[in-house]
Design a binder for this molecule. Structure first.
Ligand code: ZN
Length: 142
C-alpha cells in the first residue's frame, strides 16, 4: 500500500540524512523528562546509535517504520514506483540495523529499538524507556 500522497512522499525521500527526525525528538524529550543523561549519535559505535547511555551500557535506536521496515506495521511498505530499487534499498537498511545490534551486543551493550509508531503514545513510551533504562525505578512505580 502506498500510504503517502505525493508531497509527503517527496518530503520523505528528501529526508535522507535520517537524523533528528520527529520521532527522535519525541524520544529525546521523553528521556529528558525522565531524567536520564545521554549522548547523541555516537559515530564511534556500530550503527552510530541515536541515544547512548554510557553509564548504563544502554543504547536506544529510534527507527522510522518506513526506512527500517517495521515488520507488520502499516507505515512500512514498498513504494509502487521502482519497487525493486526500494526493496533492495530498504532491505539493505534492515541488514545494516541487524549487524549493528549484533556488534553492539557483542561489545556488551543492551539495545532498545523504539519504532516511530511507538512514539505516538508518550505515556507508554516513557514506561518502556524506564523499564529499559532503570528496571528498579520501573518496578517501584508499578
Ligand atoms: Zn511501525
Amino acid at each position: 500500500v502506498d500510504f503517502l500522497d505525493r508531497p509527503s512522499r517527496s518530503r520523505l525521500m528528501s529526508r535522507i540524512p535520517q537524523k533528528n527526525t520527529k520521532p527522535e525528538l519525541v524520544v529525546r524529550s521523553a528521556v529528558h523528562r525522565l531524567g536520564f543523561r545521554f549522548r547523541l549519535h555516537k559515530r564511534n559505535l556500530p550503527g552510530s546509535p541515536d541515544l547512548v547511555f554510557a553509564s548504563r551500557k544502554a543504547i536506544v535506536f529510534v527507527h522510522g517504520c518506513f526506512w527500517h521496515r517495521h515488520a507488520g506495521c502499516g507505515r512500512s511498505c514498498i513504494p509502487k514506483t521502482r519497487p525493486g530499487y526500494w526493496k533492495a534499498k530498504l532491505d539493505r537498511n534492515v541488514r545494516r540495523d541487524r549487524a549493528a545490534v549484533r556488534k553492539l551486543k557483542k561489545l556488551g551493550w543492551r539495545v532498545l529499538v523504539v519504532w516511530e509508531c511507538n512514539t505516538k503514545n508518550v505515556r507508554e513510551l516513557e514506561q518502556k524507556l524506564t523499564r529499559f533504562l532503570d528496571p528498579d525505578r520501573a518496578a517501584l512505580r508499578r
